[in-house]
Design a protein around this ligand. Structure first.
Ligand code: FAD
Length: 671
């Protein structure tokens, strides 16, 4: 489909030339800095770029690896796989997580599966097709080189995990089974029932434990990273708080890796684990690491709807359910009958109707917006009309209850326990919810941030998914980064080490520790009247209302003002009971919410400046006649990398141009 006219006069406000995208009152929100380039990105044929980069990268010989130290914060799939691999390679690794065990990282919650271009089904899959689907799925806002590499190593991940004993689902004959996820027409998703993340994490965790036992990795569980130490222009350490004793500690190394996950909890209600946070990434951002595309948030279409004000968490119903479940609402908004009493011809299977080629398996951004649209029309189901049906009646009739149970049993049980309804008998009710953040710290092809010696992997970086991530590709990216990419690229940096030893007396370390202790004291000393959660909930409401599924110029400006006021109120009126000398979960949460209050503003500024719709970023003013996202490639085909200049100060925008040599940029169509 050809590009269509915008219903929003972007061109009036966006002159061509280097000063383009300066909003009329841009000074109020941000300033424009120099462009940024990915200097590690190789050129040439896409198939050979990763091999070229690996060959061009410096190596560290095994005897020298023992002299080099690596800090890895995070033990999810991205962090655990990196720590295990680098430990096995012979580096001295220190691994950190805030949970009581590395195997409790949020990756354990992942349900549906992991993609790989194995083409076991012989259904036309290939590395190139996975690359193409991912670039298109990301609405042409990701880097071709990165995405191709991801597709290329995807097949190795499955082999690695099978070798570790990960119990992927198998067909009757013993071969690995696969299923479909949204935005693709092949079956390339490997899975372990609805517990794929758990099984993959157990694989990475046992590899990590093996290295802990071998002495190459030292594990620090229940340690919260609160600051980065940047000494003489390089990331050289972190400041952590021991969550049990309250003690503030410093740890130093030749290089620091952040694998600290996503920041969806800025919305308060999300499918993320309660502890998921932005603190490590945000502290690095404040120290000079650029934050890329912060407004790109994934809203997942199949979550259990919000059921009341008391809720602090939302539950995902895996996308895999869209393989067999059919999504519908009544044709009439007046229809109050029970789902089973509504005859076929009075139902609107709106995804199948609007997107016949992909049907219920359109990408998440499209399915979410379509659900919102039918609910906005007054045809939503359940309390408050914020829900649509996900119906398995046809699948049960076609495959039998047993087969459906075998594929999705644990998800059905979860749904029944939470809602009290039996999804074998009556359709599930689902509604979109915040799920994943495509934005994150800017990294180059080597996964290095703008701070030398600070590498970022997994959901914490921005690199591979553009404006919308396809289902089952986060696990793929986390493990690609940790098992295959970082171990190669980090050596290129470490080959120049070991760097001069630093300790607690280095001015950068003293400064970082002082920042942490001052902040802890400040949070404890406000002694206001409002709980941390009440601020978090209010921030979440602002973000969801104005920077959620649909954004507008007016709404975003309003949100920025509201967030600034809320941040001020927080620092004047927050109540953090207890002390800093022992376990204090209010204090932990307060620090995280303080960072969300800064991040939220940047997300809105990013969303405001991007006057186009793309993937998960839907600007009301920029849509096609039939309500699809309308991009403006002539003006916005770039990564927005933001530089921190001070709390409440204008951030500086650095643009990295996105060049498409192998995939043609088109208006996305799933029809
Ligand atoms: C319910 C759910 C289901 C999902 N299902 C799928 C799926 O089927 N397929 C798919 O591909 N993706 C899925 N995803 C997405 C995927 O699970 C995540 O994107 C991925 O697991 C993130 O891995 P990670 O290693 O980057 O981070 P995480 O697993 O979030 O790990 C973060 C780590 O960082 C540590 N950490 C964070 N902050 C600090 C700090 N300040 N100090 C110390 N440590 C810190 C934590 O302790 C943790 O160890 C799902 C997500 C959700 C929410």
């Amino acid at each position: 489909m050809a590009e269509q006219e915008s219903t929003f006069p972007v061109s009036e406000n966006a002159p061509s030339g280097p000063e383009q995208q300066q909003l009329p009152d841009a000074d109020a929100y941000f300033s424009l800095g120099d462009p940024i380039a990915d200097t590690k990105a190789p050129g040439g044929p896409i198939e050979s770029r990763w091999s070229e980069r690996k060959f061009g990268a410096k190596l560290v010989n095994p005897a020298n690896r023992r002299k080099l130290s690596v800090i890895i914060v995070g033990t999810g799939l991205a962090g655990a796989s990196a720590a295990a691999t680098l430990g096995e390679s012979g580096y001295q690794v220190k691994s950190f997580c805030y949970q009581d065990s590395p195997r409790r990282a949020h990756s354990i919650a992942a349900q549906g599966g992991i993609n790989a271009a194995k083409n076991y089904r012989n259904d036309g899959d290939s590395t190139f097709r996975l690359f193409y689907d991912t670039v298109k799925g990301g609405d042409y806002r990701s880097r071709e080189s990165n995405v191709y590499r991801l597709a290329e190593v995807s097949a190795n991940i499955i082999d690695q995990c099978v070798a570790q004993g990960v119990p992927f689902a198998r067909e009757y004959g013993g071969l690995l089974d696969t299923r479909s996820f949204g935005g693709v027409q092949v079956q390339r998703t490997f899975y372990a029932r609805g517990q794929t993340g758990q099984q993959l994490l157990l694989g990475a965790y046992q590899a990590l434990e093996r290295q802990i036992a071998a002495g190459t990795v030292t594990m620090y569980a229940k340690h919260d990273m609160l600051e980065l130490v940047v000494a003489d222009g390089r990331a050289r350490g972190i400041v952590v708080r021991d969550l049990t004793t309250g003690e503030i500690e410093t740890h130093f190394a030749d290089v620091v890796v952040l694998a600290t996950g996503g920041y969806g909890n800025v919305f308060f209600l999300s499918t993320n684990a309660m502890g998921s946070n932005v603190t490590a990434a945000w502290r690095a951002h404040r120290k000079g690491a650029y934050f890329a595309n912060p407004c790109y948030t994934q809203i997942h279409p199949t979550c259990i709807p919000v059921s009341g004000d008391y809720q602090s968490k939302l539950t995902l119903m895996s996308e895999s359910l869209r393989n067999d479940g059919r999504i519908w609402v009544p044709k009439s908004g007046e229809d109050t009958r029970e789902a089973r009493d509504i005859p076929e011809d009075e139902r609107d299977y709106y995804l199948e109707r609007r997107y016949p080629a992909f049907g219920n398996l359109v990408p998440r951004d499209i399915a979410s917006r379509a659900a919102k649209a039918v609910c906005d029309e007054g045809r939503g189901v359940g309390p408050g009309g914020l829900g649509v049906y996900l119906d398995f009646a046809d699948a049960i009739k076609r495959l039998g209850r047993k087969a459906v149970e075998a594929k999705y049993g644990n998800l059905f049980d979860m749904y029944a326990q939470i809602t009290g309804e039996d999804p074998y008998e009556t359709p599930m009710r689902i509604y979109p919810a915040v799920h994943y953040t495509m934005g994150g710290l800017w990294v180059d092809y080597d996964l290095q941030s703008t701070i030398p010696g600070l590498f970022v992997t997994g959901e914490a970086n921005f690199s591979d998914h553009g404006a919308n991530r396809l289902g089952a590709s986060a696990l793929m990216q986390g493990l690609a980064d940790g098992y295959f990419v970082l171990p190669n690229t980090i050596a290129d940096y470490l080959a120049d080490g070991p760097f001069e030893k630093i300790d607690d007396t280095h001015p950068a370390a003293v400064e970082a520790v002082t920042e942490v202790t001052d902040r802890v004291q400040k949070l404890l000393s406000v002694k206001g009247t409002r709980t941390v959660d009440s601020f978090h909930r209010e921030l979440g409401q602002i973000m969801w209302e104005y920077c959620g599924m649909e954004r507008s110029e007016e709404g975003l400006r309003k949100a920025i003002g509201m967030i600034r006021e809320l941040r001020e109120a927080f620092w004047n009126d927050v109540l953090v009971p207890g002390s800093g000398n022992d376990l204090n979960q209010s204090l932990e949460r307060a620090g995280r919410v303080a960072d969300f209050l800064e991040l939220g503003e940047l997300m809105c500024v990013d969303a405001l400046h991007r006057r186009e719709s793309c993937g998960g970023h839907f600007r009301a003013e920029s849509q096609t006649e039939d309500g699809e996202a309308l991009r403006h490639d002539d003006q916005f085909a770039y990564v927005a990398a933001w530089e921190f200049t001070g709390t409440g100060q204008q951030p500086v925008l650095h643009k990295e141009d996105l060049v498409y040599e192998f995939v043609e940029m088109k208006q996305r169509s799933y029809k």
